[in-house]
Design a protein around this ligand. Structure first.
Ligand code: NAG
Ligand code: NAG
Ligand code: NAG
Ligand code: NAG
Ligand code: NAG
Length: 240
């Protein structure tokens, strides 16, 4: 733990995360000018031409269990903490934050939480937790569906409609597909938080290539950038 915090301290003091002073004071910034960029020459991710309602830096784990028949891991869910990264938009740190946070998060063990990592790195100003990401039973059928839940945190605290359950509609593998999980475009099937959600700038999260025994489970750390579009939720936060 002490070693990990020391490493984080060194990373934080390296200057890589320096931000304009005014931006450090706010937790949530005006996203009117923000636009999602997606890679050229692919049809899986179609970027909306409008501003997002929220952008988040996510730190968490992807969980897998072993399918002994195919000797491969299958996804059983994910858990992540989502930090407001709106004030980083327009700075070089916005797109490098997921990789910087991943290096630190992946180096941690045991009881170190995503909050500890974010606080030590100081890459997100006044780190506000927008919400949590986890899986729930698919509301329309079998299996599990991803959920983004902003009902218990940040400026949407107490708003019971501030969540989204999604279904994947686009999937673009990472250039380093052995290490990094795919970029996703998700349509929202339940909740008012958003109508469309994107997971991009993915780091880590992929399971080992093979496994041997049934119910052998792994949790693999990952970070990503999440974009939330549409929806009808107005947060009670200070926007500069
Ligand atoms: C956000 O910025 C836009 C221009 O970029 C401005 O028109 C709008 O009033 C701002 N919204 C708030 C709440 O400050
Ligand atoms: C996209 O495809 C076009 C036509 O094949 C090509 O000219 C262009 O360089 C490609 N762009 C990228 C970023 O790969
Ligand atoms: C496990 O792998 C087998 C063989 O590929 C496949 O038929 C089966 O559907 C898989 N089970 C699950 C739960 O993914
Ligand atoms: C994922 O694994 C973590 C522990 O690594 C656990 O806390 C969490 O409950 C698991 N979540 C799911 C959905 O499997
Ligand atoms: C592994 O994960 C599966 C699916 O989440 C669960 O049913 C099983 O109990 C877990 N096994 C162990 C040993 O934790």
């Amino acid at each position: 733990m002490a070693t990990v915090l020391l490493i984080l301290g060194v990373l934080a003091s390296s200057g890589a995360f320096a931000l304009p002073a005014a931006r450090q004071l706010s937790a949530s910034c005006n996203l009117t000018e923000a636009r999602l960029q997606v890679p050229a020459n692919q049809t899986q991710l179609i970027a909306p031409t409008v501003a997002p309602a929220f952008v988040a830096l996510g730190l968490g784990v992807q969980n897998y269990t072993c399918n002994a028949t195919s000797s491969t891991y299958v996804l059983t869910g994910a858990v992540a903490e989502l930090f407001d990264s709106s004030c980083l938009y327009g700075t070089p740190v916005f797109d490098t934050a997921p990789a910087l946070a991943y290096t630190a998060w992946d180096a941690t063990t045991g009881l170190v939480t995503p909050q500890d990592v974010i606080a030590a790195l100081s890459i997100v100003p006044l780190p506000v937790v927008l919400g949590q990401h986890y899986y729930v039973p698919n509301p329309a059928g079998s299996g599990l569906s991803p959920k983004w839940d902003f009902t218990s945190s940040g400026g949407t605290y107490g708003n019971t409609a501030a969540y989204a359950v999604g279904a994947k509609i686009g999937d673009l593998p990472s250039p380093d597909t052995k290490l990094n999980i795919d970029s996703l475009m998700v349509k929202v099937v339940e909740g008012n938080l958003a109508s469309e959600i994107f997971r991009v700038q993915n780091n880590g999260g992929q399971p080992p290539a093979s496994c041997t025994s049934a119910s052998q489970n792994v949790s693999v750390k990952y970070t990503a950038q999440y974009w939330f579009f549409g929806g009808s939720i107005t947060p009670n936060s200070i926007v500069i």
